[in-house]
Design a protein around this ligand. Sequence first.
Ligand code: ARG
Ligand code: ZN
Length: 465
Amino acid sequence: GAVLTAATVTVSLGAAPAVATGRGHGAGHGGSGGTGAPGVGDDYFPAAGNGGYDVLHYGLDIRYEPVSRAFTGVATLSVRATERLSRFNLDLRGFEVRSVTVDGRPARHDRDGQELRISPRYGLARGERFTVVIRYDGTTGRPTDNEGALYGWVSTPDGAFVANEPDGAPTWYPVNDHPTDKASYDFRITVPAGSTAVANGELVDRRTSGGWTTFVWRARDPMASYLSTASVGDYDLRFSRGPRGLPIIDAVDRDLGPDAAAGLDRTKEMIAYFSDLFGRYPFSSYGAIVDDDSDAGYALETQTRPIYSGPPSESTVAHELAHQWYGNSVSPASWQEIWLNEGFASYAEWLWEEHTGGRTAQARFDTNYARPETASLWNPPPGDPGASNLFAGSVYTKGAMTLHALRKKIGDRAFFALLRTWYSGNRNDTASTADFVRLAERTAGRQLDAFFQTWLYTPGKPTSW
Ligand code: ARG
Ligand code: ZN
């Protein structure tokens, strides 16, 4: 979807009903199929994602030169049409699109805001699989999200810090940019010899010739686009093994001192602890990227390989690891459901701290609960924070408190069973708060609507629940 306000969308629907009929049932050129909606219908990000198809795999071939910031990309997408299509959209911001082919034939294309509109030579049947190749290039910058935070492909003096949450993936590749369309990924990233490129999954090849090094990374588990990364820097790569032989690959900026990775020291114990608590670790590898050259000022749970904008604390490492279950494997069905990510990962920090002899989860709940009604942690309500407050403190802290209050209400046995089945029943998929409430009620054998209404949707400090 284009970067349009809801009001603009309404106007264009009125002006051109044959083209923009919501979920892609428009007439299209010559009546050979629909045009695919310009968004998936996310209330917070109406332009995010597109209708009419499902991307199965992204092959991203990128060449990047950090000094000039020159970026050249070839994106090869394996796609399945979910309706008859004469045209479809991808999300891409900036860059010059040099060519687009569909199944090897040149396809007409144009741009409208963040929409790259592609009209294949022949219409696509519902259920048909096809391959789209997009060649594009440009100079990268330092994009910011709707809250002003650096995100997407953030150029740094020695490379790039790449963190897309929530809708930053189109700053570096053409994408169906919504968690409801997960895919596997292959990355071939070519950088000047001496630089290191790190993406999700495992390193499958690395070769240098003519002053350039190509790193090939493979992420075979389904992944939401906001969790993809292809960060570049002067990193040391460290390979080791975690529980059950899990490959661990860490990339730490070489200019950071030896203590920079101290927060990562207990990662393997954390994987073992959370695997016992939540269920088996979801993915084929793990690790960290520590890159302090961006000024982004936050960490992101990029799949299999969280990225940190500075040396992380142990608690932040626990947080990003917990997201691999809650957020990455079980992803939000829409961006309104962000507390399912942040409340869970924050509560996991509390559990880890208690497990390692620090404050108890109860003590942390009590400390927070003692804060006055005027404190910022009570608002906005975590279940509907608004598109410009996705990462408000309340989403994290009141979200974590919601889980602790639920635990007290239904008991440890039901609560920890619920955490496990929430993961096992929704892994590699998306889910909503309504799904969580339903599962909680089924697990506890009681009505919980009023409880969740109070904690998630009512502004202010809860007094009874
Ligand atoms: N999900 C990240 C975390 O809690 C925070 C991402 C913040 N992103 C942003 N664009 N401000 O670890
Ligand atoms: Zn988080």
